[in-house]
Each structure stands twice: as C-alpha cells, then as structure tokens.
Design a protein around this ligand. Structure first.
Ligand code: PRP
Length: 182
C-alpha cells in the first residue's frame, strides 16, 4: 500500500526544492527592496503560515509580524467577495511598511478586500507577496508585487494549502486524486 501523500496524490506541481529556491529568491528581492526600512509582514491565516515562516528566514532587513484570519461568506466553493474578519491585526500599521503575505490568489476578491481595508489604516506603504498566482480565475484585478509561481486552474494542496483541513504540512504542492473529493 502506498504511503502518504502518494496514496492521495495525482500529480506533483511544485517540488519542495523548487519552492525552497523560489522562496529564497523572493526573500532576497524583498530584502533588497526594503533596504534601510523596517518591514511589517501580515500573514493571512491559515494558508500562509508555512510560506511566511520560510520566507521570513530569507529576509535580512528588520522585520516584525502579525496575522489576520479571514473567511469568505456564502457558498463554500464560490467566494462571494464579502470577507469576514475572524482575527484582526493586534498592532497598528499606521506609518509602517506593510507587506501582506498570502499563499494563493485565485479570484482576487479576498486580497482586494484586505488591501482596501488595510489602506484605510494609513500604512506608509502597502505591498503584496503571494506564493501562487492563478490568473485564469481572476474576477477582479489586484496588484501583486511579489509572485512565487503562476499556476494553471487546478485545485492544489500542500505547503500551507488544504482540502478539508488536510495536507497543509506536506512540503510540496500537488493535485489530489479525484477519489479523494468524492
Ligand atoms: C485561500 C487563500 C486566500 C483565498 C484566495 O484561503 O489563502 O485567502 O483563498 O482566494 P480568492 O483570490 O478567490 O479570494 P481559504 O479560504 O482557502 O482559507 P485558508 O487560508 O484558511 O485555507
């Protein structure tokens, strides 16, 4: 019998090594761009925690961290664009250089909501870093300052991304066998 995650895996989309190399490049780019500044990273729970933890260790400028937890209202498979804040930031971002860190941007509705919300709090600057961009699914344009990988319209899990709460801890990104959904 195959062992986890091979027993549920359809195809590996991004290996752990490919992710590691790209996350390092992103951390280096962020460190260059924020030279002389302090950056305040905002991780969007739950999906972004794995990415943020790895990214942070390649950031060589002074940095601090906070987290938000959000969820979409409405039907579970289709995001409505109305986002419920489950957990807000604990610190003020006024006058700070804020970098939102997300695992994936799909329709763009979650990120658009977050960017508009955080803008009202008067940060010195506000940028976005996403590991995965699925541009074919975009419903609203959203500016992405740092992108790890552009991916096709497939349901992917691993490296922070889940299906029914599972697979977030797998170090690579993969698609699931159809039996797993049904
Ligand atoms: C994912 C992801 C983004 C959102 C992107 O979160 O982390 O927040 O979906 O989708 P959108 O671009 O269509 O708005 P999810 O709702 O799966 O929650 P999770 O991070 O807790 O897994």
């Amino acid at each position: 019998m195959a062992s986890f995650p091979e027993d549920v895996q359809q195809e590996v989309l991004l290996t752990a090594e490919a992710i590691r190399n790209r996350v390092k490049e992103l951390g280096e780019a962020i460190s260059r761009d924020y030279r002389g500044e302090q950056v305040f990273l905002v991780g969007v729970l739950k999906g972004a925690w794995v990415f943020l933890a790895d990214l942070a260790r390649h950031i060589t400028v002074p940095a601090s961290f906070d987290f938000m937890s959000v969820s979409s209202y409405g039907a579970s498979t289709q995001t409505s664009g109305v986002v419920q804040i489950i957990k807000d930031l604990e610190e003020s971002i006024e006058g700070r250089h804020v970098l939102i860190v997300e695992d994936i941007v799909d329709t763009g509705l979650t990120l658009t909501y977050l960017v508009e919300l955080l803008k009202t709090r008067h940060p010195a600057s506000l940028k976005v870093c996403v590991l995965l961009d699925k541009p074919s699914r975009r419903a609203t344009p959203v500016r992405l300052d740092y992108v790890g990988f552009e991916i096709p319209d497939a349901f992917v899990v691993g490296y922070g991304l889940d299906f029914a709460g599972q697979y977030r801890h797998v170090p690579h990104i993969f698609t699931l066998r159809s039996e797993v959904y049904s």
